[in-house]
Design a protein around this ligand. Structure first.
Ligand code: IPE
Ligand code: IPE
Ligand code: MG
Length: 227
C-alpha cells in the first residue's frame, strides 16, 4: 500500500456520538481523546510520518464554558494515560495553534508532552489546539512584514512562516462524522491534499476504518493540475 507521509484528521462528532448513546457531550470528548491513542499507534505502525489532529478550533470558544474547560483538561488525561506508550513507540508530540488564551494548566501539560517526547525519532503527532487557519495565515504575513519591511511575500516565504513550516505537505485529510467542510483547518496546506469524508463519529472511528481511508487514498490519482 502507498502510505501517505502526512495525514491530517478533523476529529468531528464526539458530541453527537455521546448524545446517541444517551450521554453528555463531554463523555464523547473523553472517548475521542482515548481514540487518539488507537489511531496514532496504528498510523505509526503503518509508517505514517506525520499525523496532525484538529483538537480545538479558534471558533470552539463559542461553546459553553463547561464544555470548553472539559476539553482543555484532556491533554492531562492524555499525558497521564499515554505518555509511556508514546515513548515506547518513539512518537514525538508537537503542536500547532496559538497557546495564548489557553488556561495556564493546559499550557503546562502541553509543554510537558512536548519536552518529554522531543527526542523521539518516530512519527510526529501534531495536535492543533486553539488552531484556526485564517488566523495562522494572517499571523504569518504580519510576522513576515515586521521582519522584512518593504518586501513582497511569496508562496515559499509564507510557507516558511506557517506553524507547519517544518512538516511535509499534507497528503490526505480525513473528516469524521459526515460533515463535508474544512471548518478553518489547514486551508493553505490542503490545497492539493486528497479529502476523505467518513460518516462515523470520531470515537467510533476504528483502526479498520482508518485503513479503509488509506485504501481509498491509494485509488486516487493526484495530478496537481497536470495531466
Ligand atoms: C469534535 O466533536 C471535537 C471538537 C470540536 C472539540 P464535536 O464536539 O464537534 O462533536 P459534534 O460535531 O458536535 O457531534
Ligand atoms: C471542527 O469541528 C473542529 C474540530 C474538530 C476541533 P466543529 O464541530 O467545530 O466544526 P463545525 O462547527 O461543525 O464546522
Ligand atoms: Mg462538530
Amino acid at each position: 500500500m502507498s502510505i501517505p507521509q502526512h495525514i491530517a484528521i478533523i476529529m468531528d462528532g464526539n458530541g453527537r456520538w455521546a448524545k446517541n448513546i444517551g450521554r453528555e457531550r463531554t463523555h464523547g470528548h473523553y472517548h475521542g481523546a482515548l481514540n487518539i491513542r488507537r489511531i496514532a499507534i496504528k498510523a505509526h505502525q503503518l509508517g505514517v510520518k506525520v499525523l496532525t489532529l484538529f483538537a480545538f478550533s479558534t471558533e470552539n470558544w463559542k461553546r459553553p464554558e463547561s464544555e470548553v474547560s472539559f476539553i482543555m483538561d484532556l491533554p492531562r488525561v492524555f499525558l497521564n494515560n499515554y505518555l509511556q506508550e508514546l515513548l515506547d513507540n518513539d512518537i514525538c508530540i508537537q503542536f500547532i495553534g496559538d497557546w495564548k488564551n489557553l488556561p495556564a494548566s493546559t499550557v503546562k501539560i502541553c509543554e510537558e508532552l512536548l519536552e518529554k517526547t522531543k527526542d523521539n525519532q518516530g512519527m510526529k503527532l501534531v495536535l492543533a489546539i486553539n488552531y484556526g487557519s485564517k488566523q495562522e495565515i494572517v499571523k504569518s504575513v504580519n510576522k513576515f512584514i515586521t521582519q522584512n519591511p518593504n518586501t513582497m511575500i511569496d508562496e515559499t516565504m509564507l510557507e516558511s512562516y506557517l506553524d507547519t513550516s517544518h512538516l511535509p505537505a499534507v497528503d490526505l485529510c480525513i473528516r469524521t462524522s459526515g460533515e463535508k467542510r474544512l471548518s478553518n483547518f489547514l486551508l493553505w496546506q490542503l490545497a492539493y491534499s486528497e479529502l476523505v469524508f467518513c460518516p462515523l463519529h470520531w470515537p467510533e472511528f476504528t483502526e479498520q476504518e482508518f485503513e479503509n481511508t488509506l485504501i481509498e487514498y491509494e485509488s486516487r490519482q493526484r495530478r496537481y493540475g497536470g495531466l
